[in-house]
Design a protein. Structure first.
Length: 398
């Protein structure tokens, strides 16, 4: 049945990883795929995860199905991460959470649910955004549009242009935000800017949808949720898609959550009823193991503290690599100002490297960078930073 059908193009990021794996060079460096690497270039299993899995192995008594929305303890712990343990939104019961298969699954479930009740809405994405956002919401049936976000000249948020865009988005359209560690730019809103954006959302009546894939990778678990807290304070409806791939290192477990916040507990209950019917026809109920690991860690004070320490270690290593890259390029007399890389947050950065340089680095140095110059700082280590800086300097002098 496939003989007359053309093959689909490879995913721009995952396809890059496949090419990296097939590269025989002993000096190859992958700065493309969005996966954390430690100083040895490996994606580690956190010690707190190993400890939680040991507890589960000893205590788990069944492999029966979870409820459609997942384990209630998991939902409760996710909400504490999002809003804080004693937050009004939790006490009032106006937030509901369902365990989803990864952050991508949470986005897609949310998209399908919104399409049911807002069939004519557009989904507005930041310019730029994570490439898969477009695929997820387009496949859910939405027309897509963009709002201004990043200024390539200043390598910072163009907040005045962003505000102008947001103020012209119609009521009942859906606006997707990166809650922190913007992918691919690495530039985030300040707390004051989040407050202004939330106020615009309340005034204009569009529906905020926050993608929260990197909580704790910016400044810390609490600081990184300031945008969530600002929208919660407005009392309006909004959605949050969480992912625990990065901050728990649970990439292959596909652990995520979709949280819906409503003005009242009664409305939240209605939202959950329709969220369950949406989930039922997609995957029926979520995979258990990763969610049980997360809830075990977050509900155990000792493991929770250990997780925060390990998360801080990952965050600090990425920040150190940012500084090392900036200093390394400056030491080699590379033209241009790369200092913005040190000020950005999370794993990603728009490096400012042109498409020609990206191709040259791959072809001549086996250094893999996503088209457009987005780099994953976690792919840098003390062992390869000099090689990468030398290669970039050489490439820019071509």
């Amino acid at each position: 049945m496939w003989q007359d059908i053309q093959a689909a193009p490879a995913d721009s990021i995952l396809g890059l990883t496949e090419a990296f794996r097939n590269d025989p060079s002993v000096q190859k460096v992958n700065l493309g795929v969005g996966v954390y690497k430690d100083e040895t270039g490996k994606t580690p299993i956190l010690k707190c995860v190993k400890a939680a899995e040991k507890i589960l192995l000893e205590q788990e008594a069944t492999k029966s199905y979870l409820p459609i929305s997942g384990d209630p303890l998991y939902a409760a712990e996710v909400q504490k991460l999002l809003f804080g343990k004693s937050a009004e939104v939790i006490i009032s019961g106006r937030a509901v959470t369902a365990h989803a298969p990864g952050g991508t699954g949470a986005l897609r479930v949310g998209g399908d649910l919104l399409k049911k009740f807002y069939p004519d809405a557009k989904v507005w994405l930041s310019n730029p955004t994570w490439a898969n956002h477009k695929g997820v919401f387009k496949t859910a049936g939405f027309e897509l549009a963009e709002y201004d976000y990043y200024n390539p000249a200043s390598r910072a948020v163009d907040f005045s242009a962003m505000v102008d865009s947001l103020e012209n988005i119609p009521a009942d359209d859906i606006v997707l935000f990166h809650a922190c560690c913007h992918n691919p730019s690495g530039v985030d809103l300040t707390p004051a800017q989040w407050k202004e954006v939330a106020a615009i959302g309340k005034d204009k009546g569009w529906i905020p949808f926050l993608d929260f894939a990197y909580q704790g990778f910016g400044e810390g678990v609490e600081a990184d949720r300031c945008g969530i807290e600002e929208f919660a304070a407005t009392g309006i409806d909004f959605f949050v898609a969480s992912s625990f791939s990065k901050n728990f290192g649970l990439y292959n477990e596909r652990v995520g959550a979709l949280t819906i916040v409503s003005p009242t507990a009664q409305e939240a209950a209605v939202a959950m009823s329709h969220l369950k019917t949406t989930i039922r026809v997609i995957y029926s109920n979520p995979p258990a193991h990763g969610g049980l690991v997360v809830s075990t860690i977050l509900s155990n004070p000792k493991l929770h503290a250990q997780w925060l320490g390990e998360l801080a270690g990952m965050r600090d290593r990425i920040k150190a690599m940012r500084v090392a890259l900036v200093k390394g390029l400056a030491a080699r007399g590379v033209e241009g100002d790369f200092s913005s890389i040190a000020n950005q947050r999370g794993m990603f950065s728009f490096s400012g490297l042109s498409s020609d340089i990206v191709v040259w680095l791959r072809s001549n140095k086996s250094i893999y960078v996503v088209g457009g110059g987005r780099i994953n700082l976690a792919g840098l280590t003390k062992a390869n930073i000099d090689y990468v800086c030398d290669a970039i300097a050489e490439g820019l002098r071509q």
